[in-house]
Design a binder for this molecule. Structure first.
Ligand code: NDP
Length: 334
């Protein structure tokens, strides 16, 4: 069964915000799977902010994408031809050969998922990497304790919306979130159960945080960096813990950002700022799923998705992450 796959390649490295010239859609004939290989028809693709970093030619915790080579990312699909009797045709698998409609992958690169237990989107969202990032970042990097007041930026997105809800479920005294625009800010309190919300696009993040957290914050879950991090340092209580998950406000910046300009406050306040990568928590994945799956199943965790239709729209779905085009997890239905 030969298949003509359509896959996005990195056409050129972006200097700032990527554009159409960054991507090219390429057709490729895929052969039958050999022993131990699977031919997968992708149904749902994940696009994520970290992919922007992989477009730079820079050493990081994951190797950069290569110009002229396929882009990669999380995907859920169905096996349509199999070189492994243990993974027959029709099996649903989670894997990293996204940005394409068909993929030929090794059996060891695939995780079998049961889409009758949870949706394909859940495996890319609340029960997958964004969920583990939120859970691990809050519990390990931020050393969350019941009674903490927690501030989460990027709070209407995949990771942030989960981080805030997990904090509430685990006994936070108060959870404050920041998101772009009045509708998203409203969603934080009306759907995700945050106690207070900031619309950072209205300006004065520091002043708004002061009003929303009058007794200061004990934990900051940072998805945004820059001015948000500066505001959190200003508002942090003594011994507060700041988990540095992402810094999306700077991902497309051509020049290094100036904020936070108040890092020296960390000394007198005895702050802990700890960066982390979700891979640090892979060994805890079973404990994460054991806690998250019941929350997700009975609706204590609300996991929203923004789904864009059509493989050809994968670049625009990815780019809209940088202008707030998503609420919850951004996905592409192939
Ligand atoms: P999101 O679903 O949160 O999507 C990105 C969101 O970022 C957008 O919806 C937008 O929301 C917000 N945003 C974009 N530009 C800016 C800006 N200039 N200032 C403030 N907010 C902005 O993505 P994820 O949940 O997947 O990722 C969230 C963060 O976590 C990212 O920084 C990502 O890199 C990081 N991450 C880190 C991991 C790790 O292992 N350390 C693992 C996974 C993610 P809005 O409309 O509110 O502006």
């Amino acid at each position: 069964m030969t298949v003509t796959a359509r896959e996005f390649h990195l056409a050129s490295r972006p200097a700032a915000l990527p554009g159409p010239e960054t991507f090219c859609l390429v057709e490729r004939e895929l052969p039958d799977p050999g022993p131990g290989q699977l031919l997968v028809r992708n149904e749902l693709l994940s696009v994520d902010p970290y992919m922007r970093g992989r477009m730079n030619d820079a050493k990081s915790y994951v190797p950069p994408f290569q110009v002229g080579e396929p882009l990669e990312g999380g995907a859920v699909g169905t096996v349509v031809a199999s070189g492994d009797d243990a993974v027959p045709v029709g099996t649903n698998v989670l894997h990293m050969a996204g940005w394409r409609d068909h993929a030929l992958i090794g059996r060891k690169e695939a995780t079998v998922v049961d889409t009758s237990l949870a949706s394909a989107g859940a495996y890319l969202g609340a029960l997958g990497v964004p969920g583990l990032t939120a859970w691990g970042g809050l519990l390990f990097a931020a050393e969350f304790k019941p009674g903490d007041t927690v501030f989460v930026s990027g709070a209407a997105g995949a990771v942030g919306s989960l981080a805030g809800q997990i904090a509430k479920l685990k006994g936070a005294a108060r959870v404050v979130g920041s998101a772009g625009g009045p509708q998203k800010a409203d969603l934080l309190t009306s759907r995700f159960g945050f106690d207070a919300a900031i619309d950072y696009r209205a300006g004065d993040v520091r002043g708004q945080l002061e009003a929303a957290a009058p007794d200061g914050i004990d934990v900051y879950f940072d998805n945004v960096g820059g001015e948000h991090l500066e505001a959190a340092i200003a508002r942090a209580n003594r011994y507060a813990r700041l988990a540095l998950c992402g810094a999306i406000s700077g991902y497309n910046a051509a020049e290094p950002q100036s904020a936070p300009r108040n890092l020296s406050l960390a000394i007198g306040k005895r702050l802990t700022l700890r960066g982390f990568i979700v891979m640090d928590y892979f060994p805890h994945n079973a404990a994460f799923v054991a806690e998250m799956a019941p929350w997700f199943a009975d609706g204590r965790i609300v996991a929203l998705e923004t789904v864009v239709d059509g493989l050809e729209n994968t670049p625009s779905a990815f780019l809209s992450l940088f202008s707030g085009g998503n609420t919850g997890k951004m996905l592409v239905r192939v």
